[in-house]
Write a protein that binds this ligand. Structure first.
Ligand SMILES: OC[C@H]1O[C@H](O[C@H]2O[C@H](CO)[C@@H](O)[C@H](O)[C@H]2O)[C@H](O)[C@@H](O)[C@@H]1O
Length: 676
């Protein structure tokens, strides 16, 4: 029986990451980068595919584990017959070589400890040439050479799995350091493991100390932010969706994908959570990554890239891996790189808009790029796409995708109106109105009073819960209320939201056999809607249920299987942690220090930019707003809602952002008030 997904904890050095199990085994580690071949891949197979275990040799039990406060240094304690031992694991922030250190420390009594290390480069496929070399072991296979520094007398064994046993007494320590070196590079010098652990802890604490969030749920928020930082590839600023591949969305199922890449969508969501929490440097680094990645012809823009901006991410199946809990195939690479997903234009435009709003110094070429993308979008927004969920079936007119095209137009208009940038603003205003009208006419089902998954469909979709956060319609608009109620009625499993309707038609849409867990980010988005509607206590209750799904060290996968009571999908997943941070901000009632600073800085300009709705940011205020000149900045977009929304929609939507005749905003009861 493999460990449950939630039995793992993350350690990492902001270039790659490892998963450490409650049994003291590291079962996943890709070196030297997130997207390199794994040298420990037991997570997706068995011990023969690589692992490194350090735990008491005889009978024992897990006493508990934790991260040292505000850090990514993990401590696991085991109770054995004659004592207690602590294993401390971390990946020091990189100097020369990627490395992983483990310290075994006697806490009480005497404990006999055993370590086994099976290094298996290329995702568990290769048994390396393993040798003893002075005070270290070396493992060599093609491009990968690893050294394990240890003074223990290892037994090399016959199966390419060196083992050693030793005894530790209270106060004694035994250290290990595993380092990867490039071909031809000399073996690394020895390091002081204790000092490396202290330095790593300090590094993370300093980073966490910059967090501007000080409200309720701080521990969960900081743990999420640390996790997001750990998923950032520091040399480029790119952010991976998760450090794993092929952890199944259904135990034993086929929905197994490689997430070790940078999605414009996921990375943009991450950026905004970091920005809200006060991490400007990360925002600037990410913007540089983004601009480099998407540079060039707009028609060639991808929806996802490699961590250095690579554009080709072919998907292959690793047939030698049995898959987590038998979930096959195991895939590396991701065919979604070939997708056309309209929402990424809105996400990109919104992210760059948010950096402007929050006073991050401009990057001039960024605006040229955005103008070129807008030109492309004007030509193509009507094209069907693969949608936010990366449907592998035929392209369709997904409602969420069209709304995100509206976002792109809206942010382009605002760049001109509010930041004085130059562009064909009249044309963009017309585009914004046209898209608004199109969505309200075709993506809304007046009979059921709900937006739908795609034009003409009856299916529901969790992404519709984002429509208010982006400022498309206020959360208290009857159409949004109707959509939220429809989701609550028909798209939930045991109190958690599914991504989309699963019925006999689903396979025509996603081209996959049915069955997956509840999608945690969508459930957080439901909580956001409840809070925005003023149903704060209901939102809080849902948020706390979600927090209850976090594992013992605060981590979330992408999905949750309510029947099995287990986390499923890649782990830990950026989208889930971003959504957690955003809902906490919503509950806190403001959008954090960056925004307050921006608001203060802009107060002389007399507009509410700092509180503008964001596609993704926390605490968005979707209410209609008046600008300094007394006309709502959304007025151009509002017009179509009044003029052209379908009868059923406009009849219910009189107070929406789409209606310029709406009364001046009055915060919805219970909704957090705006600052600044
Ligand atoms: O469900 C099919 C798709 O699932 C994955 O996509 C999901 O993960 C992405 C990364 O977090 C996210 O951006 C997307 O919205 C999710 O649906 C997978 O990467 C796709 O290849 C697959 O088609």
């Amino acid at each position: 029986m493999p460990l449950r997904i939630e039995d793992y904890a993350l350690i990492g050095d902001t270039q790659t990451a490892a998963l450490v199990g409650t049994d003291g085994s590291i079962d996943w580690l890709c070196l030297p980068r997130f997207d390199s071949g794994a040298c420990f891949a037991a997570l997706l197979g068995d011990g023969g595919n690589g692992y490194w275990r350090v735990a008491p040799a005889g009978g024992h039990r897990l006493l508990g584990r934790r991260y040292r406060p505000d850090s990514l240094v993990l401590e696991t304690e085991f109770a054995a017959e004659d004592g207690v031992v602590r294993v401390t694991d971390c990946m020091p922030v990189r100097d020369e070589h990627p490395d992983l250190v483990r310290r075994v420390e006697g806490v009480r009594g005497r404990v006999r400890v055993r370590t086994e290390i099976a290094v298996r480069p290329d995702y568990g496929a290769i048994v390396p040439w393993t040798r003893k070399d002075g005070g270290r072991l070396s493992f060599v296979a093609g491009p990968d050479t690893l050294y394990l520094a240890s003074d223990l007398p290892f037994d090399l064994g016959e199966a390419g799995c060196p083992t050693a046993e030793f005894t530790v007494e209270a106060g004694e320590v035994v250290d290990f350091r595993l380092a990867w070196v490039a071909p031809q590079a000399p073996a690394p010098a020895r390091v002081d493991v204790g000092a490396a652990i202290e330095r790593t802890e300090r590094w993370w604490r300093d980073w966490a100390g910059r967090c501007g969030y000080d409200g309720e749920y701080r521990d969960a928020v900081v743990r999420s932010l640390i996790t997001l930082k750990a998923l950032t590839y520091s040399p480029s600023g790119g952010i991976v969706a998760a450090p794993t591949t092929s952890l199944p969305e259904q135990l034993g199922g086929v929905r197994n994908w490689d997430y070790r890449f940078c999605w414009i969508r996921d990375a943009t969501f991450t950026l905004l959570a970091l920005l809200n929490s006060g991490y400007d440097d990360e925002a600037v680094a990410w913007r540089q990554w983004l601009l480099r990645a998407v540079a060039g012809e707009p028609a060639q823009m991808r929806i996802m890239y490699g961590i250095q901006g690579e554009r080709r991410l072919p998907e292959v199946e690793l047939e030698w891996l049995a898959g987590y809990a038998g979930s096959q195939p195991v895939r590396v690479g991701n065919e979604a790189y070939l997708h056309w997903q309209l929402d990424v234009y809105g996400e990109l435009m919104d992210a760059l808009h948010q950096t402007r709003v929050r006073g991050i110094p401009p990057d001039d070429p960024a605006w040229d790029l955005q103008c070129a993308l807008m030109e492309f979008l004007e030509e193509h927004w009507r094209d069907p796409d693969n949608g936010i969920w990366e449907m592998r079936g035929p392209r369709r007119d997904f409602t969420h995708s069209k709304v995100m095209a509206w976002i792109a137009a809206d942010r382009a208009v605002k760049a001109v109106e509010e930041f004085g940038l130059e562009g064909p603003v009249e044309r963009w205003r017309r585009l914004r109105s046209e898209i608004f009208e199109d969505v309200c006419r075709n993506g809304f089902d007046p009979e059921r009073n709900t937006f739908t998954q795609f034009y003409g469909s009856k299916a529901l979709d969790g992404s519709l819960l984002l429509l208010s956060a982006v400022g498309f319609l206020p959360a208290d608009d009857p159409r949004m209320k109707g959509t939220v109620e429809a989701v609550r009625r028909d798209l939930m499993s045991d109190g958690f939201v599914l991504r989309y309707t699963m019925d006999e038609h689903t396979a025509e849409v996603d081209a996959l056999p049915p069955g997956e867990g509840a999608f945690l980010p969508c459930t957080f988005w439901l909580a956001d809607n409840l809070i925005m509607q003023g149903r704060v206590e209901e939102g809080r209750e849902l948020f706390e249920r979600l927090l209850g799904l976090c594992n013992d060290v605060g981590l979330l996968a992408e999905e949750y299987d309510p029947a099995a009571g287990r986390q499923v999908g890649n782990f830990p997943q950026a989208l889930s942690h971003i959504a957690l941070v955003n809902t906490a901000f919503h509950l806190r009632g403001d959008r954090g220090p960056i925004e307050q600073r921006a608001a203060a800085g802009r107060s002389g300009r007399g507009h509410a930019s700092a509180n503008e709705p964001s596609a993704l940011a926390a605490g968005s205020r979707p209410e209609p707003r008046r600008s300094a000149n007394g006309h709502g900045p959304d007025s151009a977009a509002c017009a179509p809602a009044r003029e052209a929304a379908p009868a059923g929609a406009s009849g219910t939507g009189g107070s929406g952002a789409g209606d310029p005749a709406a009364p001046a905003e009055e915060p919805v009861p219970g909704r957090p008030r705006e600052h600044g």
